[in-house]
Design a protein around this ligand. Structure first.
Ligand code: AMP
Ligand code: ZN
Length: 681
């Protein structure tokens, strides 16, 4: 056997032992024998560097050091999941599904693994890249570290994998390994790790992969992503991934009804304590990929999947005090300061109290022994008071009447849960908060300024609002503490560069209450320019006498009529644009050269041809459903999810559901084919 063959044979053999041990939990060789063969391979590779392979079993021991984790844009977005907490929630979800899909639905039930999400990329059957979830659209390249995790296959088994695909999963630290790591820490007199999840995600960001290799991490996979996957449903995807050598937990089940989903949940709510790693719930996925496509995504999560969270752990502790925080919109949030207590492995010192009603409803008093729960939210909440332990001299908690920051009397609008500080112009957290929101990543994304710099700039009296940013010069900011020439230049350049940010993000950055990213996009599409958005409709003379602000009522109606806008948002927008101060800020920003209208590229391909028309699409089409939807929306039409009397056209594809057909016929909705639709444009 020549050297190359010898190296290849050793790699194959070690790979097979690794797979048996780490993925199938079987031992096919003694540790001693394994180490001997690994050393032999290491020696051969060192002597013959021309046969280097980044995916050789020898790389499992690490060695690569990553100083900066590079940012990678996900080709397929990594979504979050919607949460449910009860049988009722799941039944309601099923109702929502049935409104869109009118065939029988099968579900895949999986455990929800509690670790760090990861996306693995494979090319030509070899491990190519590992990226963290990050914010869902982009994450960090942690390839060198993930390569050391033994259950991540570096070469796939079989041959039937697509040339390029991704697989998603969770990197977890099983309890056993976590305990061992902590025993070591204790022996060295070091502080213990708090919980397996944080330790797992922390491990992915270690610079030295040799350290990562020592940690007993595991990679559990649950989802294939790619354009040409050889599967029709989720469950088949799991089976195929397992065949290719991935560690796919065997707890998953394919079921035919929500009844069976509930059985699965009940069974695992008990059995989960026997698992080698932590799980905080079950993930239920619509099995058919075609149905998944039909259901699509909301802004943050797929409509076809749902996480069910097992009941959260509750503990009791003492409420020491209540403090009140002022947000960027002036909203006041009460926060409970607690006697520190452990819940599910983390120390909790603060809990959210939501609003005055919540405090009153639960009659929460300072000094009370309260029950704290950590559910789906990141911030734990107080769920009840232990009345038996209430001190005799306790009095109901008083809600503040003045803003804790600027002492302005608080207001609470009819029907709203939150109190607000109305001093928008000079209440410090509001002033700072609005500017911080303005420069934030999803808004103007100004490089070179962080929240602390904003605090500094405001405190030094250099800026009072976001329009002031554009008047800043390097000389103005240089005197600030810890400000060097270079960082001052970066900051001014960053501000300058933000002038190119597209209109919809500028609109979001303005910080109009209730106008989030999605609403800002809708408004930008609808009005196409700030000028059009701010334009008050013409009013007749009679109504001029009735109104203090002519046209506002019409503007309100105009806005509220836009799908998914509604009166609450409309009122907030009108209040914002009719405020003199805001109009002045906007005109200053306009003079500074920010984008206040859609660019020609954004307008391209957009028409009003389908304005006011609602389409429902059902079945399979030549073009992808996503493209079809985009086409409708770009031409001003709306895509409805279910047929009603408001539907104007049903675009009918192949294999369309029978009940949609009947419903459309009953309501007399015109049905058109894909070609007929295209002809409309
Ligand atoms: P959340 O972070 O609460 O929005 O939940 C979404 C996350 O659950 C995903 O990003 C995954 O990392 C994780 N997850 C764990 N197990 C699964 C599973 N079986 N299917 C899908 N996602 C899962
Ligand atoms: Zn205030």
């Amino acid at each position: 056997m020549d050297i190359e063959q010898q190296i290849k044979a050793l790699r194959e053999e070690l790979r097979a032992h690794n797979y048996a041990y780490y993925t199938q939990d079987q031992s096919t060789i003694s540790d001693f024998e394994f180490d001997k063969k690994l050393e032999q391979l290491q020696a051969l590779e060192a002597a013959n560097p021309e046969f280097y392979d980044p995916n050789s079993p020898t790389v499992r021991v690490g060695g690569e050091v990553t100083k900066n984790f590079e940012t990678v844009v996900h080709e397929f977005r990594m979504y979050s999941l919607d949460n449910s907490y009860s049988k009722q929630d799941l039944l309601e979800w099923e109702q929502r599904l049935k409104r869109i899909v009118d065939e029988d639905i099968q579900y895949t039930c999986e455990l929800k693994y509690d670790g760090a999400s990861i996306s693995l990329r494979y090319e030509d059957g070899a491990f190519a890249k590992a990226v963290t979830r990050g914010d869902g659209t982009q994450g960090d390249d942690v390839t060198n570290n993930v390569r050391t995790i033994k259950s991540v296959p570096l070469k796939l088994k079989g041959r039937d994998w697509p040339q390029k695909f991704e697989i998603r999963g969770e990197i977890v630290l099983p309890w056993d390994g976590f305990k061992k790591m902590n025993e070591d820490r204790a022996a060295q007199g070091l502080e213990l790790y708090r919980n397996p999840r944080n330790t797992a995600s922390g491990s992915l960001k270690l610079q030295d992969s040799t350290e990562v290799a020592k940690r007993p991490l595991e990679c559990l996979l649950y989802q294939l992503a790619g354009t040409n996957l050889p599967i029709q449903n989720q469950y088949a995807g799991l089976e195929l991934a397992r065949k290719w050598g991935f560690k796919v937990p065997t707890a998953s089940r394919l079921v035919n009804s929500m009844e069976e989903v509930l059985e699965f949940i009940e069974q695992w709510d008990k059995k989960r304590h026997e698992l080698p790693y932590e799980t905080d719930g079950v993930v239920i996925k619509v099995n058919s990929l075609q149905q998944q496509e039909e259901l699509g995504f909301t802004a943050k999560a797929p409509r076809w999947a749902m996480a069910y969270k097992f009941a959260a752990e509750q503990v009791s502790t003492r409420l020491k005090s209540i403090t009140f925080q002022v947000g960027r919109t002036g909203a006041i949030t009460p926060v409970a300061n607690l006697e520190p207590v452990e819940i599910s492995g983390t120390t909790v010192k603060r809990a959210s109290l939501h609003n005055a009603d919540q405090i009153e409803k639960l009659d929460i008093r300072i000094g009370d022994e309260v029950y704290v729960e950590k559910g789906g939210e990141i911030i734990p909440k107080i769920v009840a008071v232990d009345l038996a332990k209430r001190p005799e001299d306790s009095v109901p908690a008083a809600y503040i009447e003045e803003c804790p920051e600027c002492h302005t009397a608080l207001v609470r609008k009819e029907g709203e849960a939150l109190h607000y500080c109305p001093n928008e112009q000079s209440c410090p957290p509001q002033v700072k908060g609005r500017i911080q929101h303005f420069i934030s990543r999803k808004a103007m994304d100004v490089d070179g300024i962080g929240s602390e710099t904003v605090d500094q700039l405001v405190e030094a009296g250099l800026i009072n609002n976001y329009a002031d940013l554009y008047d800043l010069k390097v000389e103005d900011v240089l005197p600030l503490e810890r400000m060097a020439q270079k960082s001052a230049e970066n900051m001014i350049n960053g501000i300058e560069a933000s002038k190119l940010v597209p209109f919809e993000r500028v609109l979001f950055a303005l910080g109009i209450r209730y106008v989030g990213e999605t609403v800002a996009k809708k408004l930008a599409r609808k009005y196409k320019s700030m000028q059009a958005l701010m334009q008050m409709p013409e009013v007749n003379e009679a109504s001029l006498f009735e109104q203090t602000h002519p046209g506002t009522q019409q503007k309100l109606e105009e806005l509220a009529a836009i799908p998914e806008i509604g009166t609450r948002i409309a009122e907030s927008v009108v209040a914002f644009i009719s405020d003199e101060n805001n109009r002045h800020l906007i005109s200053r920003l306009q003079e500074s050269g920010l984008q206040f209208s859609l660019s020609p590229e954004q307008l391209e391909g957009q028409t009003d041809q389908l304005a006011g028309k609602t389409f429902v699409i059902s079945g399979v089409f030549e073009m992808s459903r996503a493209d079809l939807k985009k086409m409708i929306e770009n031409n001003g039409g709306k895509v409805g999810s279910s047929i009603s009397s408001k539907t104007d056209y049903l675009i009918r594809g192949e294999k369309m559901g029978p009940s949609k057909l009947t419903k459309a016929e009953k309501l007399g909705i015109p049905m058109i084919s894909e070609q007929e639709f295209l002809a409309m444009l």
